[in-house]
Design a protein around this ligand. Structure first.
Ligand code: RIB
Ligand code: CA
Length: 322
């Protein structure tokens, strides 16, 4: 990480491509709150809900965070091949059901997501980290358009896939299932790629103790975060019999802020695009059985206590300022 005058590490420039979504919303709060991350733009995609709903939700969450200077651009309404698998069954009709949120204090850009990503990356004074917490269609589209200097992309850090079981199907995680062709393009890009899959994010459970700490913050942001966990938790109990919901997406932002939170393994990763029963399944070659060149760092172990201390301290700092 480069340094600023005085020796402090320079904030990491990122673009967050997301489908808010309760866990995406916490990721947005974390990115907006942390001085270690320079949130240059938010782009939206179909996924947990329609792209339009995800865009409205992103604008509302950024308004809640007081981050109304962050450009937001609409992205993919469907996958690269035209599918629109949606996750409203987990996140509710709006995609972010539960507490009332402020009306957006600003509007989305006239640029499309790919155009905004290209503009931000092209204008950045340092390579930009592309963080994806939804179906990775927008980033695959940027790579396909070929209008960015790839040297100006620091890495692609995505929440998706899994070393083992799936969630949306028995073997496929939702983001990977929603656009496996896009994920295959990212995995085959030759760019630095880090994968944060369900095997990792299922260690990031919003237990009752975590939710109690949100409620105890005694400000609006903390109360809303707690209510989001309430709704998200009810879905996870009903659908997957989880006692507490795994809060997937902020793991990507948290590890940029505190790299020591996650232990990684460099592996060859493929994603199934043709399987009748296994479409969207990520195949993580932990023991080099295919003898293929590794193409990703795969998240394996989370310091869950450290993760929640960081997330909660960040939300509290943000809420006190609002
Ligand atoms: O499978 C979990 C992922 O799918 C998370 O990013 C969640 O927000 C949904 O997009
Ligand atoms: Ca998401």
């Amino acid at each position: 990480m480069s340094e600023q005058p005085g020796g402090r590490p320079r904030p990491i420039p990122i673009i967050l491509d997301c489908d808010p979504g309760h866990d995406d919303a916490i990721a947005i709060l974390l990115a907006a709150a942390s001085p270690a991350v320079d949130l240059r733009a938010v782009t939206t995609t179909f996924g947990n809900c329609s792209m339009e709903d995800a865009t409205r939700n992103a604008l509302r969450v950024l308004t809640l965070a007081g981050a109304t200077d962050i450009p937001v651009a609409r992205g993919a309404e469907t996958s690269l091949r035209g599918d629109a698998e949606l996750g409203n069954y987990v996140h509710g009709r709006s995609g972010l059901d539960g507490p009332d949120l402020p009306e957006p204090a600003f509007g989305a850009s006239d640029l499309a997501a790919a155009e905004l990503i290209e503009r931000v990356v092209g204008a950045s004074d340092a390579p930009v980290t592309l963080v994806a917490t939804g179906p990775i269609t927008n980033i695959a589209t940027v790579l396909e358009r070929g209008r960015v200097d790839r040297a100006r992309i620091a890495e692609i850090l995505f929440m998706g896939g899994s070393v083992d079981r799936g969630n949306h199907t028995p073997t496929a995680e939702f983001n990977a299932f929603a656009d496996p062709e896009a994920l295959a393009a990212v995995l085959g890009s030759g760019l630095p790629v880090r994968m944060v899959g369900l095997n990792l994010t299922h260690q990031a459970l919003a237990t009752p103790a975590v939710v109690d700490r949100m409620r105890a913050m005694d400000h609006r942001v903390g109360r809303i975060a707690a209510e989001w966990m309430g709704f998200f938790g009810s879905s996870y109990r009903a659908i997957w019999a989880f006692d507490s919901p795994p809060v997937h997406d902020p793991c990507t932002i948290a590890v940029l802020i505190s790299p020591e939170l996650i232990r990684w393994r460099r592996c060859f990763v493929a994603v199934e695009t043709a399987g009748e029963w296994t479409r969207g399944t990520t195949v993580v070659d932990l023991h080099d059985r295919y003898r293929r060149v590794p193409n990703a760092e795969v998240a394996m172990e989370l310091d869950a206590d450290g993760y929640w201390d960081l997330v909660l301290e960040s939300i509290d700092r943000l809420g006190r300022g609002r």
